[in-house]
Design a binder for this molecule. Structure first.
Ligand code: ATP
Length: 316
């Protein structure tokens, strides 16, 4: 199978234990490994696929904890960088009104520097760009652009998930849209939430939004809609693949499990470009990826609740 290189953020989420308190009042926090592209790398490896993570953590105990967590999922960590700058930390709490209270201490993840010697490893493999913090400037943003270019020249299958975080972009939606455009243009597969698809296409309906996103460049659009299923769109097919009914306890990481599971299946094809001509195969794979998303919502945390292959197969 092909290796999937997942590039971007890896950070600690400190999640307040007692819900209903904003961060000024929260007392106890639980340490969790976070970062969308890192979750995707874990999802792929836990399913038996090959993944490598490219990102930067601090040379401190939190960085070591993060790498241990990814290592326990069998993610290849040989391309990870460590920095004197402290590991990136996020603190999150649900306030009384149900609003998310969030602060972010940006650290080492921003410091990933471009390494031109990696390029040849991308040859005919797969590259997943799960942006989130990656487009917020610094060395990481520069490295992102270079790795996108390398993935193109090395004939890699490219997937992109913008992972928009309103907390981080605030009034800069237009900058975010502008920065995402080249990634949508060059990716084979893009995964969006409905909010992201609307923002990035400027259209509100699923069909219109997908058509606009195809026009920007991407051949496959997947829009995940929680319990409402996943909308997929290619040049020949537009349809919703229903979700698997479950009783969710924590939806964190469902989107990462979904795209990880989809990429893992694609990595088993002899040529991922097969998928671009075979909508039936795509529909089947998205059905399986929906199972991975659903299972992830039934357990706490993002990485801990990612399924293994047996669990996927045990669902009808
Ligand atoms: P996150 O940002 O939390 O990772 P997301 O918004 O990227 O999530 P979702 O749409 O919440 O992604 O979930 C991805 C997929 O997981 C969905 O397409 C669906 O298949 C599955 N899923 C998520 N929530 C549920 C749910 N409540 N019931 C069943 N399946 C779900």
């Amino acid at each position: 199978s092909k290796k999937v290189f997942c590039i971007g953020e890896l950070l600690i989420d400190f999640v307040a234990e007692n819900q209903g308190a904003d961060l000024t009042k929260a007392v106890h926090f639980t340490k969790k490994a976070g970062g969308a592209p890192a979750n995707v790398a874990c999802a792929i490896s836990k399913l038996g696929g090959k993944s490598a993570f490219i990102g930067c953590v601090g040379d401190d105990p939190f960085g070591t904890y993060l790498l241990n967590t990814l290592g326990a999922c069998y993610v290849d960590l040989s391309l990870v960088q460590r920095s004197d700058i402290f590991t990136t930390l996020a603190f999150v709490s649900l306030a009384e009104d149900g609003e998310r209270d969030f602060v972010f201490s940006r650290g080492a993840d921003r410091e990933l520097t471009y390494d031109s010697s990696i390029k040849t490893e991308f040859r005919d493999q797969m590259v997943h760009l799960g942006a989130a913090t990656a487009l917020l400037g610094g060395p990481l943003e520069k490295a992102y652009g270079h790795y996108l270019f390398d993935a193109i020249t090395e004939n890699a299958f490219i997937s992109f998930d913008p992972n928009y975080r309103a907390d981080l972009w605030k009034e800069n939606e237009n900058t975010f849209i502008k920065k995402c455009t080249p990634y949508i243009e060059k990716s084979h597969l893009c995964k969006f939430s409905l909010e992201e698809a609307r923002m990035l296409s400027g259209k509100s309906g699923l069909e219109e939004a997908s058509n606009a996103l195809h026009k920007m460049g991407t051949a496959i659009v997947a829009i995940t809609m929680g319990s409402e299923g996943t909308w997929i769109s290619t040049k020949n097919t537009q349809r919703t693949i229903p979700s698997i009914p479950v009783t969710p306890v924590d939806t964190t990481g469902a989107g990462d499990a979904f795209i990880g599971c989809l990429l893992e299946q694609i990595s088993e094809l002899s040529s991922p470009s097969e998928l671009l001509e075979n909508d039936e195969l795509l529909v089947k794979m998205v059905g399986v990826a929906n199972k991975a998303g659903a299972i992830t919502t039934t357990g706490y945390g993002a990485i801990d609740s990612l399924p293994e292959k047996d669990q996927l197969n045990s669902l009808p």
